[in-house]
Structures are given as structure tokens and as C-alpha cells.
Design a protein. Structure first.
Length: 308
């Protein structure tokens, strides 16, 4: 202990100087919007490179599990895309025109230039609605505010505020981007708020995470007079122009009428398994600048999907 005190006393000048430097940088970043943005962009780039290397090493030792997950995901997507051979079968004796056959085949096969993400076919090559594939290189689950780091950035067309979806459904929203990496606020974030609706009857609500269970979230603002059914599908409403309308969020797991509230307390089982999230897509619903401008002129405050 005496040696420690002697060391601190001997180098007290350097230590005090270093402490003041750190304090000065903290105050500069905190009080300057430009310096704060530059710091976070630079930090995101360097941290992204470290996480990318770590993920490559980690993936090498779990290739079997990754391939098994991809096979299961492809099987699920094929079940959603292709109907059974027995559905809508036409009797052999009935004449079918060539145009009818072509339309039927297109109806069954779907759109070749689209991907089915969260029950919603999204265009894969539309410049107005970019769909950018990404690899998750870091993903937190145990915090109140969880984030996801992706191996794509501004060079790939990723911008702050764009949505992130997986094959199963909604994942989160882009918060910070650098040239080659991006960090997104997960749906498992205390300040994430997603405009949603019940697919069966169109009832509008909002999804937010309670901060404890990574498999469930809360569906708010559902009036008590509305009839709910366990297993009802919850999808994005499209009101906030971050996610396209109709992307799967989850299904109703339970609901309770509390005597002191005018709304249901609804627990939703999330469609995305965040514990093994590997591949995602960055999406954009539609340009929202014009919409925000007209709503501001009308005295409305444009809604936001998350406000971390």
C-alpha cells in the first residue's frame, strides 16, 4: 500500500493532467453537437471493426449451427411462399387458357424480385425502397436499452432512422452509422415505440418493451371494449413511415382487464428470436420528409418509432 501511495505521489502531475484531459474531452463532446456526432461516428467505425473480427472468429467455430439455422429458415420461407400442390387444383377435364395458367403460376410463385420478411413481400431491387442485407456482429439482450451492430454502413446506403427486419419480423431501427458499420436500437429498448395494429380487425396500438423478458413486449392503447383473441397477429401499422405496413411483430400471448384502466394489458410474444439473430435487412418504408413537413404545417407533431 505504501508503494502505491509513493507511486501516486511521484506521478501526481501526470495523473492530474490525464484526468483533466479526459474531463475536458467529456465536456467538449457533451456540449458540442458537432463534436458529439464526430465522436460517435468515429467510435462506431473503430468498434465495428473490432466486433467484425471477433464475429468472424466466432462464426468459424459455429458454422454447423449457422447452416442448420439457415436451412430451417429457408424451409419456413418456402412454406410461406409456395402453396400446397393440392390447393386450388383444377380438374383435368376443365379447359384452362394459357393466360390463366400464366397468372396462376405467377400467383403461386410470387414476385421473383421480392423477399418475404415478416409476412410482407418487400421489393429487393427498388431504389425508392432500399432493402439492404446485413450481418449482425454484436447484439445485446441483458440490458434495459439493447443495441445491435451491423456490418453495413453509409457506403451501403444505410441511413439513420431506417428500419431493421429479419425473416421473422421487426428487429429495430438504425441509430448511428459510419462508412462501413451501423448501430441500431433493438426492439428490446426501453424507449423504442413501434406503431402497430391487430391484423384481424385493424385496431391500432403501440408496441413497447417492458425491459425484462426478451421474448415478450407490451401492446398499449387497446380499448377495453375491443374483443381480443389469443394468437391474434400483430403487425406494423405503417403510420410512422419507418416500417412498411403489415410486417409481423408477434402474436397476442395473454391479455388482462385491469379495474383502474380503460385499456387492455396485452402481452405479445415477439416473432423474432433475438437470442440467435444472425442475418437481417435494413428497410425504408417511403420518403417521409414531405409527410413530416405537411404535418408540421398543420400543427401536428410527426410521430417517431423510437426515441432513445
Amino acid at each position: 500500500m505504501r508503494n502505491l501511495f509513493a507511486f501516486l505521489f511521484r506521478y501526481r502531475g501526470i495523473l492530474v493532467f490525464g484526468l483533466l484531459e479526459v474531463l475536458s474531452l467529456y465536456l467538449l463532446i457533451r456540449n458540442s453537437a458537432y463534436q458529439r456526432a464526430a465522436f460517435f461516428n468515429s467510435a462506431n467505425s473503430y468498434v465495428g471493426q473490432v466486433l467484425d473480427v471477433r464475429t468472424r472468429i466466432y462464426d468459424y467455430f459455429r458454422l454447423v449451427d449457422v447452416n442448420r439455422g439457415l436451412v430451417a429458415e429457408n424451409a419456413l420461407l418456402r412454406q410461406q411462399l409456395y402453396r400446397s400442390d393440392l390447393s386450388n387444383r383444377v380438374a383435368d377435364s376443365l379447359p384452362v387458357s394459357k393466360d390463366s395458367v400464366t397468372q396462376a403460376r405467377l400467383h403461386v410463385l410470387g414476385h421473383p424480385d421480392s423477399l418475404l420478411l415478416g409476412l410482407r413481400p418487400l421489393p429487393a431491387h427498388d431504389p425508392d425502397y432500399p432493402l439492404i442485407p446485413a450481418r449482425v456482429i454484436n447484439n445485446s439482450l441483458r440490458n434495459v436499452d439493447n443495441y445491435i451492430t451491423l456490418n453495413v454502413g453509409s457506403r451501403d446506403g444505410v441511413k439513420n432512422g431506417m428500419g431493421v427486419v429479419a425473416a421473422a419480423g421487426v428487429v429495430g431501427r438504425i441509430k448511428v452509422t459510419s462508412e462501413h458499420y451501423a448501430t441500431a436500437t433493438s426492439l428490446l429498448h426501453s424507449k423504442t415505440l413501434i406503431s402497430a395494429k391487430i391484423q384481424r380487425d385493424g385496431t391500432q396500438g403501440a408496441i413497447k418493451w417492458l425491459g425484462d423478458d426478451p421474448t415478450h413486449a407490451l401492446l398499449d392503447n387497446i380499448p377495453r371494449q375491443n374483443k381480443l383473441v389469443r394468437g391474434d397477429t400483430i403487425v406494423t401499422s405503417g403510420f410512422n413511415a419507418v416500417f412498411p405496413e403489415g410486417i409481423l411483430i408477434g402474436t397476442i400471448d395473454s391479455f388482462v382487464k385491469e379495474p383502474d384502466k380503460n385499456f387492455w394489458t396485452v402481452r405479445v410474444r415477439l416473432a423474432v428470436n433475438f437470442s440467435n439473430l444472425t442475418y437481417v435487412y435494413v428497410v425504408s418504408s417511403r420518403p417521409k420528409a414531405e409527410r413530416d413537413t405537411i404535418e408540421t404545417r398543420a400543427g401536428m407533431k410527426p410521430e417517431e418509432e423510437d426515441r432513445p
